[in-house]
Write a protein that binds this ligand. Structure first.
Ligand SMILES: Cc1cc2nc3c(=O)[nH]c(=O)nc-3n(C[C@H](O)[C@H](O)[C@H](O)COP(=O)(O)OP(=O)(O)OC[C@H]3O[C@@H](n4cnc5c(N)ncnc54)[C@H](O)[C@@H]3O)c2cc1C
Length: 415
């Protein structure tokens, strides 16, 4: 390796979403120079992740973010499953049962752009942290002695950034992953998902918890509370509904107000007149990259794995990727480990198979439970869920997976 150049011996992170920003913060805390490059002028406020699980709150204590996340968020100790048609609660889970397993036996509901802002504010205190917006990475060079990324600004000017390693945290469509020819096998669900945000208070109207799933062979859905925007209309938080689009109608039809109102009316007749503050249509995929590591390039978060949002696992598992990787980069940087490639191969072994085993398997199972079509199978699944909630041992075992505590522990045990 050539003598490191102080100007370029640094880590380059592509993508300043939750995974990139938290990974960068940890690297900065470890005294490692880090540059984050993001394509956008502002952090997008689209409705995406809101649930931060116990395992992540424990991990974020390491970087000192947990208290602020709890302060700004809503503490969600319970979550429910209901039958959509009768509204009967058939299973309720209590994260409080994880009190001996986690310092934070609850989930916190906080929009991901707020988590990014909290991490950015903490990272900006380090002189060796840099964040550049409106830098779209168009190419990545993975050489024996260094890695480089090429960025483009909106006016078309190009710039090359050299570093010791590049970490691709650039989301599901990752340019970093594609530049390395790393495959992204999996599938896309047939149905699109639509998310609707309003100030309608489901808790007062119908005793909803802050996280709720409504099962139905046709129009299943979920209801979640979030703190919501800093807006005079926001008196007591915002609620999000996630609906699957179960017809083949084109995007402009399914995003039209009458279509959305019909879905709301089907699931929540008493809320049919609510004011739709925001709605957004998503395609949903289940994919895991063929590798999280190639020479000087690593992938973390959605760049390495994407899944449906049921269970709230994408951002949580991505943050666990990023913090795992940052510790390994730290070991190399300090000279504790000389074989960096062996260490990054361990990162791949610790994170990639578990993304399959926990995140993919559970998010698919969550969706199948909600939408089971065959009446016999549906009854059997719901009955199983009810029994799981009622049996203390099974209840806790279910939560150990749902909170991703088992995933983090299993990863740490892989050599
Ligand atoms: C409706 C919905 C609800 C969800 N709810 C949850 C939840 O409750 N809990 C949970 O854990 N997960 C949830 N998820 C998943 C979660 O949103 C993602 O897993 C999370 O955003 C991944 O973070 P990331 O930092 O890896 O990627 P992103 O958040 O996608 O960030 C990628 C960043 O990279 C930048 N970028 C992209 N391409 C380039 C480029 N070429 N050059 C430079 N920059 C680039 C983007 O601008 C962006 O800032 C949900 C997703 C959806 C759609």
């Amino acid at each position: 390796m050539p003598t490191p150049n102080q100007e370029t011996d640094r880590i380059i992170i592509v993508g300043g979403g939750p995974v990139g920003m938290i990974t960068a913060l940890r690297l900065a805390q470890l005294d490692i120079p880090v540059v984050v490059l993001d394509a956008q002028a502002e952090t997008p406020t689209a409705h995406r992740a809101a649930t931060t699980h116990s395992s992540t709150l424990d991990l974020l204590d390491i970087v000192g973010l947990t208290d602020t996340i709890i302060e700004q968020g809503l503490t969600a100790r319970y979550f429910q499953y209901r039958y959509r048609t009768t509204n009967e609660v058939f299973a309720e889970f209590d994260f409080g049962r994880l009190a001996e397993e986690s310092n934070h036996p609850y989930a916190v509901q906080l929009e991901q752009h707020k988590t990014v802002a909290i991490a950015l504010a903490a990272a900006e205190k380090f002189p060796h942290f840099e964040f550049h917006r409106e830098r779209t990475v168009t190419d990545v060079v993975n050489e024996t002695d260094y890695a480089e990324v090429v960025t483009e600004t909106p006016d078309g000017s190009q710039q090359t950034w050299r570093g010791r390693y590049v970490i691709g945290c650039d989301g599901g469509r990752s340019t970093v992953r594609k530049s390395q020819g790393i495959g992204f096998p999996g599938f896309t669900w047939e149905e699109r998902f639509i998310i609707v945000a309003s100030y309608f208070d489901y808790e007062s109207a119908d005793n909803y918890r802050y996280r709720n799933y409504l099962a139905d062979p046709g129009q299943w859905c979920s209801v979640f509370k979030i703190p919501g925007p800093d807006d005079p209309d926001n008196k007591n938080g915002m609620w999000r509904n996630l609906f699957p689009v179960i017809t083949d109608d084109p995007d402009d039809v399914v995003t039209s107000e009458p279509y959305i109102r019909n879905m709301i009316n089907t699931c929540f007749p008493y809320a049919k007149d609510l004011e739709i503050v925001h709605s957004n249509l998503y395609s949903v995929h289940q994919r895991v990259a063929d590798s999280f590591h190639k020479n000087r390039i690593m992938l973390a978060g959605d760049a390495g794995h994407i899944n449906n949002p049921l269970g709230g696992m994408g951002m949580n598992s991505g943050i666990a990727d990023g913090l795992n990787l940052a510790e390994k980069v730290g070991q190399v940087w300090r000279g504790d480990v000389t074989d960096d490639q062996a260490l990054f191969a361990q990162y791949d072994r610790q994170r990639r198979p578990l993304a399959q085993k926990y995140v993919q398997a559970q998010s698919i199972q969550n969706k199948e439970t909600l939408q089971a079509k065959d009446p016999e199978k549906a009854t059997a699944r719901f009955e199983e869920m009810r029994k799981t909630a009622e049996d203390p041992k099974r209840h806790k075992a279910f939560l150990m997976n749902a909170s991703l505590i088992n995933m983090v522990r299993e990863a740490a045990a892989i050599e």
